[in-house]
Design a protein around this ligand. Sequence first.
Ligand SMILES: [Zn+2]
Length: 270
Amino acid sequence: MPELPEVETVKETLKKRLLGQKILDVDIIYPNIIEYPSIKQFQDKIKGQVIHNISRRGKWLLFELDNDILLSHLRMEGRYYFKDKNDLLEKHEHIIFHFHDFDLRYVDTRKFGRMHLLTKEEVQNKKPLYGLGLEPFDSELNEDYLKTKWRKKEIPIKTALLDQTVITGIGNIYVNEILFASKINPLKKASSLKRDELEKIIFHTKKILKEAIKQGGTTIKSYESSKGVHGRFQRQLLIHEKTICPICHEKIKKEKIGGRGTYYCPNCQR
Ligand SMILES: [Zn+2]
């Protein structure tokens, strides 16, 4: 599943080709991808708008158009591909954006991805962006912030870190890595974390995500960014889907926490 570094990589790849381009038309082959507004309104409104910028908030891509913002969430397996206008439609290509010289095709084998077309005002006070937590690189992300947010959270830190209303953009793979680097047991209650532990979490969140962005994200199973760009961060994963701890050489434990596959070293993460 694409997380912040992967979405960041997709964003940069898309920007190279899409800035200043006008969306001439859009074909919607699988309507459920469009969450808001109606299919007809989506098509009518988006036609003729120019893409001025592409940004990211959490795991959402924001295509900043003349009047509106197109929000796109890749969920499990969403991808974007640039295609020639004459290329035949392929299986799993659900939304086709037509530009003057090329098509941009949204491909999603599992069809979980979603798009919204909102006005700039709606983006501020409407879901899905309204209510999202701080970005990992936000200067307001500090121990006090986490202490307040997690004061009453009697849930495992593993689960608390996946809550997008506190910190947004990090998902399962990176949380496994962050907790390993911080030497914190994923089952520890969020409310019980001490200041120095919170400090470690913030430090390693920034460090790991920064490095992952530099490496173009992580390619795991089906994820790859648009244009077939493969992330290289998987080579630097230390705990996720591993069997032996690289620090103490004990066996890594795998268990489900909050329904998500969690890898940790019971020896190093106490
Ligand atoms: Zn260990």
